[in-house]
Design a protein around this ligand. Sequence first.
Ligand SMILES: [Zn+2]
Length: 293
Amino acid sequence: MPADILSRLCLPVPLVCDGAIGTYLQARGLPAGTPPELWNIEQPDEVRALHRAYLEAGSQILTTNTFSGNRLRMPDTLGGHPRAELVRRGVELAREVAGDTLWVAASMGPTGRLLEPYGDLSCDLAEEAYAEQAQIMAEAGADVILIETMSDVLEARAALLGAQRATRLPVFVTFAFDETGRTMMGAPAAEACREMQAVGAAAIGANCGAGPAAVIVALTQMARATSLPLIGQPNAGVPRLEAGETVWDSTPDEFAEHARRLIEIGARVIGACCGSTPAHILAIRTAIEAAQA
Ligand SMILES: [Zn+2]
C-alpha cells in the first residue's frame, strides 16, 4: 500500500490525478453507448494500458473504471458478467498498475435517477446502493473512494454516508458545475462544500461540468468556504460535434495554464475529466513541477 494519502494531502505540492476513462476507451474502440466497465472483463489489457499511459504521464492517483457500477444505474449482469464482478475487476486492474507506490481512487458516479422530492428515489435506497459499490471496491484494494460528477447535494450526501457505512477509506467528493459555480440542481459550490464537510468528506472539489473555467470558478468559491483539501479535474472543454465526431477543444498547453490557476487557488489534487488524454496530464505534471522550481 502507498503512504497515507491524507498525510500526503497536507503537503502544499498538489498530487497529480489522471484523466478521461470513457472517452479514452472510446478512442480505443469501445462502441459509444457501451458501458466502459464491460472492458474490465472483456478487454482488460486495454484498461491496463490506459492506467499505464496515465502513470507514464505522471499521474500519482489512478482512478478506477467503475463510474457507472451502481446497482441503480447498471443492471445486475452486463454482457453476461455480474455487475459486482465488473466493479471488482475495475479496482483490481488499477491496483495492478498502481502497485504499492501510486494511490487507487475508486470511482462512483451518480445513479442517474432523481432523489425525492424531485424524483422517486429515496435517500435510504441511494445510500444502500452506494454502500454496496463502495464495499466491493474497498475489498478489491482501493485506497480512496472518489464520488464524482455529482449534480445533487442530497445524492452526494447519500453516496458519502453509504461509503462511510461500508468502508473505513477516506472519501473524496467532486461535483460538476456550470460557469457560475452552481450544480445542475442549482446548489452553489460553497454550499455543496459545507454540506460535504459536515458529513465528513476528506476532500472536496469540482470535475467535468462546463469545462476548466467552471472548475476554476467553483474552486475559488470553495476555497473561501472550507479548509478541506480541494480537487480540480476539468474536462477538456465543452464537447461539440464536428462532422459527426465529438471534439474537445482544450489543448494540453491550455491545461498547463488551468493547472497554474488551480495551484494558485490552492488545489491539492489536480487531474482532468472527459476528453482529456495522457498529454493533458503530462502538461499538469509539468506545470506543478515548474511551480515548485
Ligand atoms: Zn467528465
